[in-house]
Structures are given as C-alpha cells and as structure tokens.
Design a protein. Structure first.
Length: 406
C-alpha cells in the first residue's frame, strides 16, 4: 500500500472553518455495525455531521473532501491497522492537525502509549457510553476549530502587515522622490534621509524664490505611517509651489503663519507638525529664519572649516496646527564666509541608548562639532556616530539632516 497524496492544510482549514463551525466527524472502521451505532449515537445532535468510511485506504481522500473536525479511527482493521493510519494522518498536511480519537477493543497500556506517541488525541475502548463519546467529540472539535480560527486571524494579520509594509515602502519611495537635488556652485548642499520602519512625517526642501533668495525648510509631522507622510508631502508642495495666499515667501514669519492657518489640526485628523523655515540672501549673506516648534538649526562658522565652532540658532515658536491665531517671530543673522548651516529633525538625536537614556540635542551638536577636520563628510560622520550610540542601523523615527555650504 502506498501513502495517499498530500492535501494542502491551508485549503483544508479554509473549508473546515465554515461560518457555522459545524462539528464534522469522520469514522474510519471496517465494521458497518460500528458505523451504524455511532450514527445513532450522534443522530440527536443536529449540529454534528457524520461521515462513515469503511475502507482505510481511502480515509485521507475522504478527509480531503469532508474536512472533519475530528477523526474516529478504529485500531484493528484487515488491510491497514489504526497505528499506521495515525502515521499517515500526521504525515499528511491536510490531516496533520485534525484530532484523532482511537477506537479499540484493547485496553492495553502499551498500545495506548504507542497510539499517543504517534499523535493520537484520545483513546476510547469501543463502544464508549454515548454521552462520553459525544462529549469527547465536541471537546476535540472545539479545540481544532479554535486552532483554525487562530490560524485565520494570524494569516489575516500577517496579510494586513504585509499590505501595510508595502504601503509604507511605496510612501517612503514617493517621499524620497520629492526630495530636492543637491545644489552645486556658489552654494552647495548635501543631505541624508533615513526613513524609519513605520515611516515618520519628515520632509524637507529648498528652492530659489528669486535669483538672490534661497528658501530652506524642513518639517516633521507628528506620528508615523502613510497619513503622516501624506500631510508632510502636502505641506512641502505648498511651500514649493508658493500657494499660501497673501504671503511673502521671503518672510519666514509670514510663511509659518500661513501654514498654521491652512494646516489646523482639527481639519487634518488632529495631526500637527514642526517646521524650520529660513531664507538666505546671497547678496547680503543674511539668513532670516523662524521656527514652528522645531529643533534649532546649527551654524558652523569660522575662518576655516577645521576651526569652526557650532553655533545654535536659537528661535522658538508654536507648533503648526495648534493655535489658529499664533504669530511667528523671525530672526536674522549675517553669516561669515565659509559658513555651513545644518537643519535637521529630532529623529537624529532622540536616540535611545542600551541603558535607556536618550541622546540630547546638546550631545548631537557636539557630534557635529567633532566632525570638523576628520576628513569625512560631516553628515556621514553624524549618521554613523548616532548609529553607534543606538547600537544598530535602524532608527526609531525618520532621520533628516541637510547641510548648506554658504
């Protein structure tokens, strides 16, 4: 005798998990009078369906069509014994997890032990009391049905997670596609963007408002996921296309006030964002900037990059979206030659160490300062240093940092 073909367990479980979750009993016994006795025992239970199979060589084939929630397996049969059938059930993907109750005329501990070793779920000396048989059938069927439901829930969750991961991946690709090209020439730029697993709401950009004024902006939306990314993209497009009404985009205070009016959190699913917005006038070398609750930018200024010291451009302001009538002040600094400006999100320094402490803003500023004169690009040095603090490549939040050589 050859082992019957395998049946995909996933298909078997889908068929068994009907909305009604009926109890289905497959009886495999070569004696028809046993089949009739079990039929009469279960006849009063309308929710229990019985299928009788007198030929053990067809048992797995019948199981594939019937999808039982429990199998009653006779131990002694002429063609193939019940212990061999147990081996087949447990080797077949379609019947591997179905509870099997062995029915036997033998009350022998050694036989029972072997049956349980081979995967039997229960062992009854036939024919047992009808009440006991029905109770055991229901008990094992409930356990199997519960297992099917758990597997369905897990599969649905896994599918949902895969779908979400794909959505986040596509959203991250779209956000990256909107990031600006690096500038070359009198003003050069460099940037690093490392999206978190869940994708935060970081976005940044820069563009020439006119031949003399360069707009610089970086924002960070609260929360994670596609919704945060979409809001950041919307805000970036407003800035890039200069679509705020009655706004001089060379005035950071006006720009932030305009954003605050448009992006009130009660109109955007209670989401808000922080932003740093600056305008650099290359004729006068003046940088005018304002902040909407965003981390302060850092200026590295000095006669040479090797001797430059970090200077925090302190500026405070209200988070965008909280108060509709908020005003935003702006500040102007005249930049020395060979200045370098760093604008970044808090994801680059709010890093949790192994001991549970968090890297501070001041510590990150020192990391930027330590990069001078080491022969490596500053942003590369900063990202590697922060990763060393975290102890891994993945960040808890989006990481964005932009360098402007002015």
């Amino acid at each position: 005798m050859t082992s019957p073909g395998s049946v995909p367990s996933e298909a078997a479980q889908r068929a068994a998990a009907e909305s009604s979750r009926r109890v289905r009993v497959l009886l495999v016994d070569d004696q028809p009078f046993i089949g009739e006795a079990v039929r009469r025992t279960l006849a009063a239970d309308a929710d229990i369906e019985l299928k009788y199979c007198s030929d053990p060589t067809k048992a797995i084939e019948v199981a594939a069509e019937f999808h039982p929630t429990v199998i009653l397996q006779d131990l002694v049969m002429p063609d193939v014994d019940g212990l061999t059938m147990l081996r087949f059930y447990r080797a077949n993907p379609g019947t591997r997890d179905i509870p099997v109750i062995v029915l036997s005329t033998k009350e022998e501990p050694k036989v029972k032990a072997e049956a349980f070793t081979l995967g039997a779920s229960d062992y009854l000396v036939k024919l047992p009391d009808p009440i006991e048989l029905t109770a055991r059938i229901r008990h094992h069927s409930r356990g199997y049905i519960a297992q099917i439901e758990r597997n369905e829930a897990y599969a649905a969750l896994k599918k949902s997670e895969e779908r979400l991961a794909e959505e986040l991946s596509q959203a991250a690709k779209y956000v990256i596609s909107l990031l600006p090209e690096r500038l070359t020439g009198a003003i050069t730029t460099d940037w690093q963007f490392v999206p978190s697993v869940e994708l935060g709401g970081d976005a940044f950009g820069y563009h020439w408002i006119d031949p003399d004024h360069l707009a610089i902006y970086l924002l960070d939306v609260c929360g994670h996921g596609v919704q945060a990314a979409l809001l950041s993209i919307s805000a970036i497009n407003v800035l890039r296309n200069q679509t705020l009404p009655a706004t001089d985009f060379r005035s950071p205070g006006q720009v932030l006030a305009g954003l605050n009016r448009v992006f009130q959190m009660d109109r955007h699913n209670d989401m808000y964002f922080t932003i740093w917005y600056g305008v650099y006038d290359q004729r006068t070398r003046r940088l005018t900037y304002a902040s909407g609750g965003h981390p302060c930018a850092v200026l590295m200024a000095g006669p040479a990059q090797e001797t430059a010291e970090p200077q925090v451009l302190s500026q405070t302001g209200t988070i965008i979206g909280l108060f509709p009538d908020a005003n935003f002040s702006e500040q102007t600094n005249e930049l020395p030659p060979s200045s370098r400006l760093y604008v970044f999100s808090d994801g680059i320094y709010e890093i949790t160490r192994a001991d549970g402490t968090i890297l501070t803003y001041e510590e990150f500023v020192r990391i930027l300062g330590d990069a001078k004169g080491n022969g490596r690009p500053v942003l590369e040095h900063a990202i590697d240093a922060v990763r060393a603090v975290r102890g891994g490549d993945q960040f808890e939040d989006d990481v964005s940092i932009v360098e402007f050589a002015l």
